[in-house]
Design a binder for this molecule. Structure first.
Ligand code: DGL
Length: 309
């Protein structure tokens, strides 16, 4: 049988998934990656379920059409709102589709898609994050900072409650931060004006539960605000918390989880090409993406524009 050459697709509504991509490439530099940011339609976090599901499915299909065998939803909002439906309803169909079926995209490279025995899967970011919590919290008081859509999905609460039953009782407080993603997408996140919005949501969540000792950054954009979040905690954290506040950002956890997944699923290892490359796609202007992504990644990238339908 012909050796199938497939990539790992990384999807986010915009720049946030770059924080996951970077960590994954550090952990697994040998594979080839395709990053897709739907910047033209970001933020996702204020949209309804139907819209987030439709946009995410379009992106997943597009990445499969570009020979990705695994797609990581490097977006909590998409993971919370769309992952389950895609895994249960759409993946069985996508796994059996032939290139001519035209499920919204032409399968561009027939080698991968027509080969027998190809494996396709979509993975999210919430589960790997939640699994890290018990080893971090001392008080059992957990704060979740996320987009309005992720908060309303209750995905973190549900996943953490499963742990509560198994391990320990957790007290969970959520805080929607609707203005953080727009700050980041517009490159304003390290400017002095961002301080106001960092203070706004951190103060709100810690006033709701001053015993929080573990804050989950439940949006892949938020690590880009980490310098300001850490500074705020240094300046104000002691006023609220029972002990030091640990901030969980997801890149490292997702990277470890993917490495573990690949070990447990050798069928992907044999499909994935190992050229160490990464290509970037955006639904926005390619130059604009390239410029901003280069700042976030601290090395230059050259993006290509695509349209999702
Ligand atoms: N990075 C996405 C997440 O993790 C941001 C969502 C948005 O576009 O609002 O939720």
């Amino acid at each position: 049988m012909q050796r199938i050459m497939a990539k790992i697709g990384i999807f986010d509504s915009g720049y946030g998934g770059l924080t996951i991509l970077e960590a994954i490439r550090r952990e697994l530099p040998q594979y080839d990656y395709l990053y897709l940011g739907d910047n033209a339609r970001a933020p996702y976090g204020t949209h309804s379920f139907d819209v987030i599901y439709r946009y995410t499915l379009q992106a997943v299909k597009y990445l499969f059409s570009q020979d990705c065998a695994l797609v990581i939803l490097a977006c909590n909002t998409a993971s919370a709102k769309a992952l389950r439906t895609i895994q249960q309803k759409d993946l069985p169909l996508l796994r059996s589709v032939s290139p001519e079926d035209g499920l919204g995209h032409t399968w561009k490279r027939s080698v991968f898609c027509q080969s027998e025995g190809r494996s396709l899967n979509v993975l999210g970011v919430i589960r790997p994050t939640v699994e890290a919590v018990p080893s971090i919290t001392k008080t059992g008081h957990i704060g979740i900072l996320a987009t309005p859509a992720t908060v309303s999905s209750e995905s973190y609460v549900l996943e953490l409650e499963k742990l509560s039953i198994v391990n320990c009782q957790l007290s969970i407080t959520q805080q929607a931060c609707p203005l953080w993603v727009p700050l980041i997408e517009n490159g304003e996140h390290l400017n002095p004006g961002a301080d106001y919005f960092v203070d706004l949501y951190l103060r709100q969540i810690l006033e709701k539960d001053p015993l929080i000792d573990t804050l989950i950054l439940g949006c892949t954009h938020y690590p880009l605000l980490l310098p300001k979040i850490s500074q705020w905690i240094r300046n104000n954290g002691k006023r609220f918390a029972a002990s030091d506040i640990q901030v969980i950002s997801q890149g490292y956890l997702e990277a470890k989880s993917l490495a573990d997944y690949l070990l447990r699923h050798p069928e992907y290892e044999s499909q994935l090409s190992q050229g160490g490359s990464c290509h970037y796609l955006t639904t926005e202007n390619a130059d604009r993406f390239s410029q901003s992504a280069s700042l976030f990644l601290s090395s230059p990238v050259q993006a290509e524009h695509i349209d999702l339908e």
